[in-house]
Design a protein around this ligand. Structure first.
Ligand code: HEC
Ligand code: HEC
Length: 239
């Protein structure tokens, strides 16, 4: 123990002396005619990590088969073939913007979007897995939906296209686009989504269960249950 602390005390300065001895002659040799060698010119530039590239084949494999060895569950079991879930309790993911989907998976991991099922799913996913899955889903063809409730379509359409001025609710179309396709990468696609799922998210924003968008929390706080249902049903039929 003693020895190792002595060792480092003695050797730390001598390491720098040795380093200087190594560098000085090289620096002298480099002037004046020859350009300085890159190593001598300045401190090495910090190496930026290479941007991650999405691997669609890996995303496809993980989505459809999971990875039992790493404990990754196949997404297809709930979210359906090609990301087109057949059940309202599980959202459709097909054609959603890559950046939005990636953000959601990270938000389940950091807890800003609380859902026990999805929080469990993301524990075994790496950031590269999340990107691969998101990019794969973005490339899938979405299935269309239909509005179910004829009585609320007019109200839903009014809210979606024009908002509710007297309550300070902005038009959904302003961010999510008139046909509900959203705007990459900021605003998610909503068209064709299951109405019950969309309503559940508006409620989650309002109740503070989903805390990953200040904009949506403000909007959802002003919507009544009837308005949430009407606009969600309208969005399901949007195309
Ligand atoms: C056991 C069923 C189940 C499985 C398996 C599952 N999910 Fe989910 N997923 C859900 C539920 C339920 C929700 C809605 C959660 C909420 O309200 O936030 C959801 C929501 C999502 C969302 C948010 C969608 C949106 O529009 O914001 C994404 C993205 C997602 N899941 C991706 C995945 C991926 C990727 C996998 C595979 C690694 C997966 N899910 C596996 C049930 C599941
Ligand atoms: C100022 C821009 C803006 C307006 C206006 C807006 N939204 Fe959003 N909305 C967002 C953003 C940003 C997100 C994604 C938040 C996140 O990162 O999770 C979102 C997400 C959503 C989601 C969740 C989608 C999913 O797949 O889980 C629903 C549902 C939604 N908005 C409905 C509405 C409705 C209904 C209206 C109109 C009453 C509306 N939004 C108006 C910006 C907006």
């Amino acid at each position: 123990m003693r020895q190792s602390s002595k060792f480092s005390k003695l050797n730390f300065p001598s390491f720098f002396i040795a380093l200087a001895a190594l560098i000085m002659p090289l620096a002298n040799a480099a002037e004046p005619a020859k350009p300085a060698t890159p190593a001598m010119a300045s401190a090495p530039a910090p190496v930026a990590p290479a941007p991650m590239k999405a691997d669609l084949v890996a995303g496809d494999g993980l989505y459809n088969n999971g990875d039992p060895k790493r404990g990754v569950v196949a997404c297809v079991g709930c979210h359906g073939a090609n990301g087109n879930s057949g059940v309202a309790s599980w959202p459709k993911l097909a054609a959603q913007h890559t950046a939005y989907t990636l953000k959601q998976l990270k938000n389940y991991k950091d807890g800003s979007r609380a859902n026990p099922v999805m929080m469990g799913m993301v524990t075994t996913l790496t950031e590269q897995d999340m990107l691969n899955l998101s990019a794969y889903l973005n490339k899938q063809q979405p299935t269309l939906g239909v509005a179910q409730n004829k009585d609320s379509i007019a109200l839903g359409q009014k809210i979606y296209r024009g908002g509710i001025a007297e309550k300070g609710i902005p038009a959904c179309a302003g961010c999510h686009s008139p046909n509900g396709a959203g705007i990459p990468a900021q605003y998610p696609r909503l068209s064709g989504q299951w109405a019950d799922y969309s309503t559940s998210q508006l409620v989650a924003f309002r109740e503070g269960i989903r805390k990953n968008s200040a904009q949506m929390t403000t909007i959802a706080t002003k919507l009544s249950d009837v308005e949430m249902k009407a606009v969600s049903d309208y969005m399901a039929g949007l195309r």
